[in-house]
Design a protein around this ligand. Structure first.
Ligand code: EPU
Length: 418
């Protein structure tokens, strides 16, 4: 199993370019199931979750090709197998994103019920309720959810009891081929939802309101092929920016859209970080002292849960007490005991982590438990005195493209070891 060896306290300098968004690419790939024509997606990152999703589409009957340019070409001329098997869903919950597209295109879909994962229960009841509102009959048997709509889906109003990102994406895709108008109420407003709507519109869908909490979709009979460039990964951009701040470095994070992580920018400034943004980059300048600030995760445009662990790593070195509240997932503090092994002073009380700083972090052997927890440990190791060994970095590989090469390219002492 791969590990990272990181020698901390090396100042970074130079440019860090952000890859395409993993969480935007996943629904975009699922959307290719909605048309028999080829779709070309540019800027799809080479990360493990994307490979898993592409494998799933091949299983469904699509032809998938990575082009020399790095783009992905997907052609789902026929859907031979409208199913997401357990083997794939257990490794990646987002594979339930094929539920809506398969039901809409073929009138039937079979998706393995996702189990829990290290960050929480991850149910998909809201996807299922939504599909039922669009006229599908859904039942669960033998560990699978089976949706049937032999006469096609029908537009309707779907009110989400709770905001769900992939639930909104799943239902938006399903509604593009439903008869009549669908309204998604209390929809997620994440940039990834807006990006997906942009792709679907290029494919011929009629969608308004993406980016607000009310999305309206007028169903069409068919969608067609197109080309689309995925938005930059806002979580990777935020992680790289925090790496610059935690190492007191002069770095520029490029090819990103700072507006997509405005809540993080605000907190960074409140903490005293010197971060200067343009429309496509963030410049980081060294500071000697950071102040603690409180932070609560929320749905977009609030502070992203996917940046909570990284922000906590930053707060370990800030002066004062920081209250960090996790509102989206019930078990997303797995990085806390590992950060504590590196000298951080953190106490957990229910949904809140209380970070007392500044702590002087020292290198240690630590274990990655999930994708964003791994990112926070990489950040802590870059800032710590001495050497750290991070075990189970396959979690990191799910969502960060060549992270060790990117960081080594600006002077970090990081290497992958077997
Ligand atoms: N929820 C339900 N029922 C549902 C769906 C969600 O109760 O049917 C609950 C969840 O348990 C959670 C909350 O609603 O407590 C929000 O979950 P959401 O559905 O929004 O999460 P998701 O769509 O499964 C996406 C990202 C996650 C990110 C969350 C929140 C993708 C592929 N995944 O997950 O990304 O944390 O939104 O922003 O877009 C990551 O990249 O590390 C990651 C976990």
């Amino acid at each position: 199993m791969d590990k990272f060896r990181i020698l901390g306290r090396e100042p970074l300098s130079g440019t860090l370019a952000v890859s395409g968004s993993k969480n935007s690419s996943l629904p975009a790939i699922a959307a290719c199931l909605l048309t028999e024509e080829p779709v070309i997606l540019h800027r799809v990152p080479r990360v493990r979750d994307i490979d898993t999703m592409l494998k799933l589409l091949e299983y469904n009957g699509a032809t998938v090709k990575r082009l020399a340019s790095g783009a992905v070409r997907i052609e789902a001329r026929k859907i031979s197998n409208p199913e997401a098997p357990y083997e794939i869903v257990k490794t990646m919950r987002a594979s339930s994103l094929v539920l809506g597209p398969l039901a809409a295109r073929t009138g039937t879909a079979r998706v393995s019920v996702p189990g829990g994962c290290s960050i929480g229960a991850r149910p998909i009841n809201l996807h299922i309720n939504g599909l039922e509102h669009l006229g599908a009959t859904v039942h669960q048997e033998y560990g699978y959810i089976e949706a049937a709509a032999p006469d096609g889906l029908r537009g309707n109003t779907v009110h989400f009891e709770r905001i769900t990102v992939t639930g909104t994406e799943d239902l938006m895709m399903a509604a593009t081929l439903a008869r009549g108008v669908t309204v998604l109420d209390n929809a997620a407003r994440e940039p990834e939802v807006v990006d997906l709507a942009g792709l679907l519109i290029k494919m011929g869908a009629k969608i308004t309101g993406a980016g607000t909490s009310r999305i309206e979709i007028e169903g069409v009979a068919k969608l067609h092929g197109t080309e689309h460039t995925i938005i930059p990964d806002r979580i990777e951009a935020g992680t790289l920016m925090i790496a610059g701040v935690m190492t007191n470095s002069n770095v520029t994070v490029t090819e990103c859209i700072p507006e997509h992580f405005a809540a993080l920018m605000t907190k960074m400034r409140q903490a005293g970080a010197r971060v200067e943004e343009s429309s496509t980059a963030v410049e980081v300048r060294p500071v000697t002292r950071l102040r603690s600030v409180d932070m609560t995760t929320e749905e977009h445009p609030g502070f992203a849960t996917d940046l909570q662990a990284q922000f906590m790593a930053l707060m370990t070195g800030a002066a004062g007490i920081s209250f960090i509240t996790e509102n989206i997932f019930e078990n997303r503090f797995m990085h806390v005991p590992e950060l504590a092994r590196m000298g951080a002073n953190i106490r957990i009380e229910g949904r809140q982590a209380i970070v007392a700083g500044p702590a002087e972090l020292t290198g240690a052997q630590v274990m990655c438990s999930d994708l964003r927890a791994s990112a926070s440990l990489v950040l802590a190791a870059l800032a710590a005195r001495g050497e750290s060994i991070l075990d189970r970095v396959y979690h990191m590989d799910r969502g960060y493209e060549h992270i060790e090469e990117k960081l080594a390219g600006v002077g970090a002492r990081i290497e992958r070891i077997g």
